[in-house]
Design a protein around this ligand. Structure first.
Ligand code: DMJ
Length: 506
């Protein structure tokens, strides 16, 4: 099942269950020029609700991580680090098990179908999605032969000159993000050339009356389709397009993605929330259900991360007003723990007590923002969700701790959050969680050739699907949780939403 299909199921589930309505040097980082000189004028503030709060200052973020890293290196030696290295090695071996299955049965195709041992392409031609998405994980794991072979294959075979309609969001986060990150890690300019070619072919998606992108764009003709979109697909583009601008010194990519983000933000409700559906031609909301899950999730993630990566002060302001509204209306201190549920974007009225595998990224975003208290409590809640059956469900009704949708698509978000929390707190609790996640994956999702999604986390029934994010994200965050801190310096990189690390090299 490709991401489009999985998102479609997710949206159907949400529709059914929702009520209708519904660093190194921070100072230097913040002084980086925003490529779009016009960007600062985009942002009329709507009300006092949107005033910036000061608790998440970037210098606090920097000082916290710097202080913790100092303590970190003292703890790095010793028995615990041996155990962690062994665990990192086990994750690496599982990556190789999975990658070898992909190579044997699906090489050159977008995805492996691990039960039938066949391949699956999203379009009429392959875009080498799994190799592009997985390449930087190989580099970080030190799998040099595999990485070199894969890089050569991509450089020689991948062509975006294809008469196919692609989903702008998915291709941006997986392919553009993957190519940019792997270019930065390897210095192979052919990857940057591919990224620039792809970026140019995606640009027509932004040619709507509002500047918010259409859902689909034809890579050869530039024709567009799909005017009904959502905040995640509109607002999760700036890390990739902005990085392309920085690396090519062409501001157009940054400007287009930034405008889309700001146009979306400017349509927030009077209480500062966004809905889960919007028409990019009229700018009118088609769903007023507000939450941090699928369809909205990474819009919030990118407000914070674009501020951190580019020092973009508009993104800083947008993040601060958004997190204030989320904590006021969407956060739910329930008897079962802290959750972020569903509310109406205009009234703040609670519409559903739903949280799921996708929402679990939010603890990591809170941790990155400096709000460790909420981050810890939310990850504790997510962990309860995982432990209901030993693998998390796609959707949980947290008021009853009852599973509302029982699939598991090999998603990474709960592990991503454990990685951030461990990085910032060094609390061994997050390593224990990592062991639980790893054991659950091996026990329930491993096949003789790879890993498989689950159609039912109660019966642990496998499904013939393995999305590329399993190699790009799930195993990468699990590896980084246990790998020595010097494997990746989180002060110098920002992960895109597909776990591709982007370094501030400009
Ligand atoms: C990934 O493609 C990205 O993490 C995206 O932001 C959300 N969904 C999947 C993983 O679950």
């Amino acid at each position: 099942m490709n991401a489009f299909f999985s998102r479609a199921i997710w949206l159907i589930v949400l529709a059914a269950i929702s009520q209708p309505c519904i660093a190194q040097d921070t100072q230097r980082r913040l002084s980086l020029e925003t490529p779009s000189s016009s960007a600062a004028g985009f942002l009329p503030e709507k009300s006092a609700n949107h005033a910036a709060s000061s608790i998440y200052s970037p210098s606090a973020i920097y000082m916290m991580s710097a202080g913790i890293n100092a303590a970190d290196s003292k703890r790095a030696a010793g028995p615990a680090s041996d155990e962690n290295a062994a665990m990192a090695n086990r994750v690496r071996e599982e990556f190789l098990h999975d990658w070898n299955g992909y190579k044997q049965y699906a090489w050159g195709h977008d995805e492996l179908q691990p039960l039938s041992k066949t391949s699956h392409d999203w379009h009429s031609v392959s875009l080498d999605m799994t190799p592009v998405d997985a390449l930087d994980t190989m580099v970080l794991m030190g799998l040099n032969d595999e990485a070199n072979q894969t890089r050569e294959f991509i450089a020689k075979n991948l062509s975006f000159d294809q008469d196919i309609y692609v989903k702008n969001f998915e291709i941006t986060i997986r392919m553009l993000g993957g190519l940019l990150s792997s270019y930065q890690l390897t210095g192979d300019k052919r990857l940057l050339a591919l990224a620039e070619d792809l970026g140019n072919r995606l640009l027509p998606a932004f040619n709507s009356p509002t500047g918010m992108p259409y859902v689909y764009v034809n890579l050869k003709t530039g024709a567009v389709r799909g005017k009904e979109s959502n905040p995640a697909e509109i607002g999760t583009l700036l890390i990739e397009f902005g990085t392309l601008s920085k690396l090519t010194k062409k501001p157009i990519y940054y400007d287009k993605a930034k405008r889309a983000l700001v146009e979306l933000y400017n349509r927030r409700s009077p209480i500062g929330l966004v809905g889960s559906g919007i028409d990019v031609e009229t700018g009118k909301w088609t769903s007023s259900s507000s939450h941090v899950g699928g369809g909205i999730d990474s819009y919030y993630e990118y407000l914070l991360k674009a501020w951190l990566l580019f020092g973009d002060k508009d993104c800083q302001r947008m993040w601060k007003s958004s997190i204030e509204a989320l904590n006021k209306y969407v956060a739910d201190d329930a008897p079962t723990g802290l959750w972020y549920g569903h509310v109406d974007m205009n009234t703040g009225k609670r519409g559903g007590t739903y949280f799921g595998a996708l929402d679990a990224f939010f603890a990591g975003t809170l941790a990155l923002s400096g709000d460790l208290d909420r981050a810890r409590r939310l990850e504790d809640s997510s962990y309860k969700m995982w432990n209901l059956t030993g693998i998390e469900p796609e959707v949980l009704d947290y008021s009853k701790m009852a599973i509302a949708y029982n699939g598991y698509a090999l998603r990474p978000e709960i592990i991503e959050s454990a990685y951030y929390l461990h990085h910032f707190t060094k609390d061994p609790r997050y390593l224990e969680m990592g062991h639980t996640f790893f054991d659950g994956l091996v026990k329930n999702c491993r096949t003789d050739v790879a890993y498989a999604a689950l159609s039912d986390v109660q019966k642990m029934t496998k499904r013939d699907a393995m999305e590329s994010f399993f190699l790009a994200e799930t195993l990468k965050y699990l590896y980084l949780l246990f790998a020595p801190p010097e494997t990746l310096d989180l002060k110098k990189v920002v992960f895109n939403t597909e776990a591709h690390p982007i370094r501030r090299s400009w």
